[in-house]
Design a protein around this ligand. Structure first.
Ligand code: 5AD
Ligand code: SF4
Length: 424
């Protein structure tokens, strides 16, 4: 999402006459676009800003962009580490901010900012996969999450403009587009004539209009994912068979405290439906351990849920309170650090076992792999992903090039990569 936002900001600035610098040392203005969804990301951005302090001392302006809490941004400003900051809904005002720094405080904030008429700037660096935002913000109010406070209420983009942008991306040479939103399943757009589109309708429209482009989407919310969406995924070959479905916890008590709006049983039922309607679908997760009041039996519930599902892969975190959220204000961060660490290690270890289990299922099977480039580990291997979003590498034997779909027979695997041989 930050990459997609950076493309919008770049586009706005280029239109105003700014130019992109080829090296940070030559830049008069340096913009950091990141987020503070977890404490760790906040620390990372602080370190990066510190690293280029010498450039600020030499006169470059430093701006901070993205989802940060007010207090974090203001503290960096007070410490004079940055010259200005700008919120995700105010990128159109960025030129003003650059010239006036934070003197101009009350910018006009659009109620529904979708950056609809701004064409994202694409680097054209031979990449064949790209992102496109279809919604901004989130209405879900999970108690741990800062996003609803930094990105605001959810708004959806016009489906016809989304299709137009997809076509532009296809003409630029992109072969795969990932549709982005905090909660893509709650995409909803209605016009003055009551013509309405939900996420399933949007997916179908794009799949039909761009039959040769691969379509992915992220992130799905278990509470909002509909049967209709699953049916559309199974109906169209160009919609990839992968669903990223953050569960956060396997304990009903913790899910309730998180305000996730689904139970463990409902989540498992959804997984069952996915497996039935899209038998080849890979499923990945986000799990957050050590949330307020999480006890050993809640942690076990999470491990058991993982065992039941055996996800292909996942992203695992330990809870860090975010100022301004409901949990920060009303719940106690009472799981000791060492317990959080231990639980996280157990979750990661188990996921690793499950990843191996799932990778084995691909053995000796033929995968359609979109070639994205040369493998980082060897110049003699191509690198790409299959429909399930699993990385596949294979020797560059037959005449193929970046952007081709190769048919690859899987011969070996690690927990994160399939290794095979191209047959076509
Ligand atoms: N602490 C730790 N992890 C968090 N996430 C969101 N908020 C927090 C937090 N306060 C994780 C969730 C979410 C992913 C994007 O980041 O797992 O799905
Ligand atoms: Fe945050 Fe929950 Fe919205 Fe995801 S669905 S962005 S975790 S509030």
């Amino acid at each position: 999402m930050n990459v997609a936002d950076s493309e919008i900001i770049t586009s706005i600035l280029l239109k105003k006459g700014f130019i992109l610098s080829n090296h940070i040392e030559n830049a008069k203005i340096i913009l950091f676009n990141s987020c503070s969804i977890r404490k760790k990301s906040e620390l990372t951005i602080k370190n990066q800003i510190d690293k280029i302090k010498y450039l600020k001392n030499n006169g470059s302006l430093i701006g901070l962009i993205g989802c940060f809490s007010k207090s974090f941004k203001e503290s960096l400003l007070n410490e004079k580490k940055i010259d200005f900051f700008i919120n995700p809904d105010s990128y159109r005002e960025i030129e003003n901010k650059i010239y006036n720094k934070n003197i101009v405080k009350n910018f006009y904030k659009r109620k529904k900012e979708t950056y609809e008429n701004i064409i994202p700037y694409k680097k054209l660096d031979k990449k064949i996969t790209t992102f496109l935002s279809i919604t901004r913000g989130c209405n879900n109010m999970c108690t741990f999450c800062i996003v609803p406070f930094t990105r605001g209420r959810e708004v959806s983009n016009n489906p016809f403009l989304i299709v137009e942008e997809c076509k532009r991306l296809q003409n630029l040479g992109y072969k795969e587009i990932t549709l982005l939103g905090q909660n893509v399943d709650s995409y909803y757009w209605i016009d003055n004539n009551n013509l309405s589109f939900n996420f399933a309708n949007l997916l179908e429209l794009i799949a039909k209009k761009l039959p040769t482009v691969r379509i992915r989407f992220s992130t799905s919310n278990p509470h909002d994912m509909s049967n209709e969406v699953l049916k559309i995924i199974s109906k169209y070959d160009n919609i990839c068979n992968h669903i990223h479905l953050p569960v956060q916890s396997g304990s009903n008590k913790i899910l309730k405290l998180m305000n996730r709006k689904y139970s463990r049983e409902e989540y498992l039922f959804l997984i069952k439906k996915i497996r039935k309607l899209i038998p080849n679908c890979s499923i990945s997760h986000d799990i957050m351990t050590g949330f307020c009041n999480e006890e050993d039996n809640d942690h076990l519930d999470t491990l058991h849920l993982m065992d039941e599902i055996k996800y292909n892969y996942g992203y695992m975190f330990s809870y860090s309170p975010r100022p301004g959220t409901y949990a920060y204000n009303n719940l106690i961060d009472n799981v000791p650090k060492n317990i959080k660490k231990k639980r996280l290690q157990e979750i990661i270890k188990l996921q690793n076992e499950h990843s191996l289990y799932r990778m084995k299922e691909f053995l000796e099977k033929t995968q359609k792999v979109l070639i994205e480039g040369t493998s980082k580990k060897s110049n003699n291997y191509w690198y790409g992903r299959n429909s399930q979003n699993i990385v596949v590498v294979f020797p560059k034997k037959i005449n193929l090039k970046i952007g081709n779909i190769a048919l690859v027979n899987v011969k070996k695997f690690t927990s994160s990569t399939l290794i095979g041989e191209a047959i076509k």
